[in-house]
Design a protein around this ligand. Sequence first.
Ligand code: EPU
Length: 308
Amino acid sequence: MALGEGLQKKIETLVSGRVLFDEPMCNHTSMGVGGRVDIILYPCSVKEVEKAVSLLVTEDIPFLAVGNCTNLIVGDGGYRGCLISLMELQRLEIKEEPDGRVSLWAESGVPLSRIVEATIKESLGGMEFCAGIPGSVGGGVWMNAGAYGREIKDVIGSVAVVNGNGKRKKIEREGLHFEYRGLDLPDSTVITGATFDLLKGEGREIQRKVTNILKARTKKHPLGQRSAGSVFKNPPSSPAGRIIDEVGLKGTTCGGAMISEKHGNFIVNRGGATTADILALIDITKRRVFETRGIKLEMEVKIIGEEL
Ligand code: EPU
């Protein structure tokens, strides 16, 4: 995307965090793949998010909010537009309401793992299921992240956003429409933070649950390898990982990408993978599962940008 010199200058001074131009996304995605994005902005406050969205809308530059890019695959041709990274928004506060309820407020860039740690320390129950989920608050809320029978929607209190007009807004639980691995918000919405309703508990009991979850994840998931987490949503009939295992696709390779030998619903980068390699494996999987089982797998990872 050709930005005039004047516009480039305006963008450079929009935020107090980093502003990167023509940046390779393979340096940012957990999968280690992806072409160049025109602009990445790192706002350091909600005010700066508002300013950024307003300018991008005025200048008609496509944009998308991103967290720590753990569930994201970017095309080898990159992304034309601007990614707004929320990773500099790191405030976390725990508040006890007069009626005894406890809520945790976290900005979008806070890693879910930091929330889990904070709740163990303060003996607050409810967030244990997030243990080991690599995402951040913004991404976790956007995707309605879940594990072991619980999802973000079970603990959410409210979500703070900057809407497509560049204005901040708070949406209470009743106004949020979660679905399986998703939250129904317009694409132009930037989530800046969320509150979670927690329960006072026993520190040791919470720690025990977290340890068990981390153990289970380490046993089942290929954690030592670069991946983007679960590739497909679980169809109602059976978990995607089990189906892919049963149709014999584990270990299938394409270039540097491989369907994990440990868990069928993970694609790993063995080194040198491209997005094209990953998309080819996704295609092979969808086809084989449809032909042999009549099931149409749906994507869980978000794919953006252009192919080469
Ligand atoms: N299974 C196989 N072969 C495989 C993989 C799995 O037989 O290759 C079987 C397992 O033995 C188990 C069942 O399939 O009986 C389900 O597998 P698992 O417990 O690993 O959970 P999952 O359904 O694959 C979901 C979430 C994960 C979350 C786990 C734990 C989805 C798509 N995935 O995985 O979320 O961590 O449950 O609750 O909902 C993520 O979203 O990125 C993610 C990792």
